[in-house]
Design a protein around this ligand. Structure first.
Ligand SMILES: Nc1ncnc2c1ncn2[C@@H]1O[C@H](COP(=O)(O)OP(=O)(O)OP(=O)(O)O)[C@@H](O)[C@H]1O
Length: 589
């Protein structure tokens, strides 16, 4: 959040709520219904004081019993209209709030999930979840009830004011004189409340981010016995959030109290003048009664407005944060006119003098003058010390990032000229860390190819040596693996990932430490499966264990973001460079 955003004028900040219009627009009929019922219920309310005047003037002063009967009957009729209109108004606006927010949430999610990988590295996921949850709830509260109260109060305030003027211009004029004294504190306090609201939301998002981080890594927290430390850290964040919330609540209470005191003070003053007019006979008792009721309506509406004003500003703050998210643009996108890939895809890859640094680390090149050609169907192993840039090569192939210099081509086409889904559709990736989603074992394998049928899923699982452990689970392929797959071992997760890649059946295969979590026996079995899989596909393999890369057609040795040597296992050993050193360390260890 920028400093400028916090110091914006409230009017501009409330303007942020205009961004809600596209979500409300499709539900115009509900909004219209709400306005109609609002008009009916407000009119019904405004009729009530007239009945009171009638009752005092006709019923009491002239002791007319039938006038009283008619008045009360009319009163009941008005109450019926009021009841129906209020219920209908509530129905329309609450449903409108729910519907508008449902589409806001869906659009926000689908916007965020399309943002670049680098965006997710910059943002804390917990904070994002908070924006999806808390901020949208604040806005929902506003649409579902706040706006309703605000507009109802505004309409009532206008109506009651007009009726006050109509009832007694003299008393209304007197009231107008004291209004500025009431409005000033609302404006001053309102601004402060709104600033504190935004701060309060930010602090709350901080706590959500911490909780998300640590609860997602609960085993690590426990292994390092950090429960106390993490509880204290979370507690401190909560305390900070609470302190800000307390300031906000205090300020808002003060605002409400001030408004009520000032307003009722003013009304009392006006009434005192009115009572004197009744005594000296210049004003009827019924007229004063009617004026009193309108004045009370107006005061109540103003109090309602001041109360809801805080909510409006709070929602404006939330909408601003959501607006910031909507303004985030993905930089890695498909071109307007993507170049089609040859069919079938051959799988020729070329890194043409590529230079790349991560956006967050402009001074640390991850790849430097990286030049590599891979023939269709070739299996190339990338080896080298940790941090050499091996995973970065994969990240660039997947177009998570674009290189700052040079270019990467697939079958001669620059990756930037391809459609993103087209490019990624040609790649099957087995990452270092397998992500398991909430869903069944079959669903998790089908992540590789959504339209695969049950037999294909099973065949892929068999080829990845995953069939046995999946069948051993009580519900087999229908077994829920649970979020993040906490019930699976590392090796089992890895086999699911390999099954996904097999199912994907893509011309490019990227294996990042694909068998690192497997025991020697499973690894031997899977190596065979992978070898079958690699046939006829261009394959890039990252492995620390050199034993697993010996079958590659070519081994590329990387260090510090550059290629330092390439060849076969034998030729590299004979060369005696970094590879021979790595081999010596591994095979003699
Ligand atoms: N997302 C990132 N943001 C910033 N820097 C990164 C990021 N990922 C990697 N790096 C840096 O880029 C360099 C290359 O990292 P990379 O992950 O490609 O190495 P690697 O050879 O795959 O290492 P390892 O074998 O340990 O996985 C390292 O210096 C690393 O710190």
């Amino acid at each position: 959040m920028t400093e400028a955003a916090t110091t914006q004028r409230p009017a501009r900040r409330v303007g942020a709520l205009l961004q809600l219009w596209p979500f409300v627009k499709p539900h115009r009929r509900l909004a219209l219904g709400w306005l109609v019922f609002l008009a009916i219920s407000s009119s019904a309310t405004l009729v009530l004081p007239m009945a009171v005047r009638h009752m005092i003037d006709q019923g009491f002063i002239h002791s007319n019993a039938s006038a009283i009967n008619v008045t009360f009957l009319g009163l009941f009729g008005v109450a019926l209209v009021l009841a129906f209109a209020t219920a209908a108004r509530y129905y329309c606006i609450t449903l409108l709030g729910e519907r508008a927010l449902a589409s806001l949430r869906a659009k926000l999610y689908s916007h965020v999930i399309r943002l670049d990988v680098s965006f997710f590295e910059r943002s804390r996921v917990g904070e994002l979840i908070s924006r999806l949850g808390t901020d949208t709830e604040v806005i929902q509260a506003l649409i579902g009830s706040g706006i309703s109260v605000a507009l109802r109060s505004a309409v009532m305030l206008l109506g009651a004011t007009a009726m006050m003027i109509w009832t007694s211009p003299r008393l209304a004029g007197l009231t107008a004189l004291v209004i500025p004294a009431v409005m000033l504190p609302i404006l001053v306090f309102g601004r402060r409340v709104q600033k504190l609201s935004r701060a309060s939301q930010d602090r709350l998002a901080d706590t959500a981010a911490i909780a998300n981080e640590t609860l997602n890594a609960a085993p690590a927290v426990k292994a390092y016995a950090r429960e106390d430390i993490e509880s204290t850290r979370y507690g401190a964040a909560i305390t900070r959030a609470l302190a800000t919330a307390r300031k906000r609540i205090g300020m808002r209470s003060l605002l409400t109290a001030t408004v009520i005191v000032l307003f009722f003070g003013a009304i009392t003053l006006v009434l005192w003048a009115g009572a004197r007019d009744v005594l000296n006979g210049t004003l009827g008792a019924g007229v004063l009664g009617q004026f009193v009721l309108y004045a009370i309506f107006a005061a109540g509406s103003l109090a309602g407005l001041s109360e809801v004003w805080g909510d409006v500003l709070r929602a404006a703050g939330a909408m601003e944060r959501i607006g910031e998210l909507f303004e985030e643009r993905a930089e890695i996108t498909s071109p307007a006119q993507p170049t089609p890939l040859p069919k079938p895809v051959q799988g020729a890859l070329r890194f043409d003098h590529v230079a790349f640094h991560y956006p967050s680390r402009p001074d640390a090149p991850a790849l430097h003058d990286f030049d590599l050609s891979i023939r269709p169907g070739e299996t190339v192993a990338l080896v080298g010390p940790s941090g050499a840039g091996k995973s970065t090569v994969f990240a660039l192939l997947l177009r998570f990032y674009d290189p700052q210099a040079g270019r990467i081509t697939l079958d001669g086409v620059d990756l930037r000229a391809l459609s993103l889904p087209g490019l990624r559709g040609t790649i099957a990736l087995v990452p270092q860390e397998t992500v398991i989603f909430g869903g069944s074992a079959a669903d998790n394998i089908r992540f590789g190819r959504q339209d695969a049928d049950d037999d294909e899923v099973r065949d892929a699982a068999r080829a990845a040596e995953a069939h046995e452990f999946i069948s051993a689970m009580s519900k087999g392929y229908d077994e829920e693996l649970g979020e993040r797959g906490v019930r699976l071992s590392g090796g089992q997760r890895q086999r699911i990932a390999i099954a996904r890649a097999i199912l994907r059946d893509a011309p490019l295969l990227l294996l990042d430490e694909a068998t690192s979590a497997l025991d020697a026996q499973s690894e031997a079995a899977i190596q065979q499966a992978l070898e079958r899989l690699e046939k006829g596909r261009t394959t890039l393999v990252i492995a620390h264990r050199l034993a697993t890369v010996q079958r590659a057609d070519r081994i590329v040795v990387m260090d510090g973001g550059r290629i330092v040597a390439q060849g076969t296992h034998q030729s590299l050993l004979a060369e005696g460079g970094l590879y021979a050193e790595l081999a010596r360390l591994q095979f003699t260890a």
